[in-house]
Design a protein around this ligand. Structure first.
Ligand code: FMN
Length: 154
């Protein structure tokens, strides 16, 4: 059966949303079943049911947007039961600057990697002014890497 990858994101002005779609495209090409969801529509059950989870946020004040933090905080009930432990995961952000974007990725890696115990592939940052074609390629490549990790799972 095809592995299921959930890509959950928030986006204020569309940049992070485009990244989510391209990551999904890259993963789908390798035969993974992809669902791309806005964070406002994502339930805790959606997280549990997915084989892999990729989380994206715009960088706001070097951090994630509150809509993403809300899901992270709500996920404490899953954390207590270690429900996400061992899942393949990833993260991405769109940011004005690389440095602040890296900080935002760190927050996501700490929440889902360090705390939840997911196996997070180092995330990707889109910086304002980046060439759109290169951003698409980077995101599709990232989706493909996640898909490969998922396909290696028993
Ligand atoms: C409230 C707010 C805070 C932001 N904080 C930062 C920041 O700390 N560092 C930065 O480089 N860009 C910052 N930005 C710029 C966004 O990260 C950037 O525009 C991003 O591409 C938005 O993604 P989106 O189109 O998915 O909403 C901020 C933008 C907003 C609206």
């Amino acid at each position: 059966m095809a592995k299921r990858l959930l890509i959950v994101y928030y986006s204020g002005t569309g940049n992070t949303e485009r990244m989510a779609e391209e990551i999904g495209r890259g993963a789908e090409r390798l035969g993974v079943e992809v669902e791309v969801k806005r964070v406002e529509e994502c339930s805790l059950e959606d997280l549990v049911e997915a084989d892999g989870i990729v989380v994206g946020s715009p960088t706001y004040f070097s951090n994630v947007a509150w809509q993403v933090k809300k899901l992270i905080d709500e996920s404490v009930v899953l954390y207590r039961k270690r429900r996400l432990k061992g899942k393949v995961g990833g993260c991405f952000t769109s940011s004005g600057t690389r440095r602040d974007g890296e900080d935002c990725l760190k927050m996501l890696e700490i929440a889902f990697g360090f705390h939840h115990g997911m196996r997070i592939l180092p995330g990707v940052v889109r910086v304002s002014g980046d060439d759109e074609k290169k951003v698409s390629e980077m995101c599709q490549q990232y989706g493909a890497e996640i898909a490969k990790q998922l396909s290696n799972e028993p």
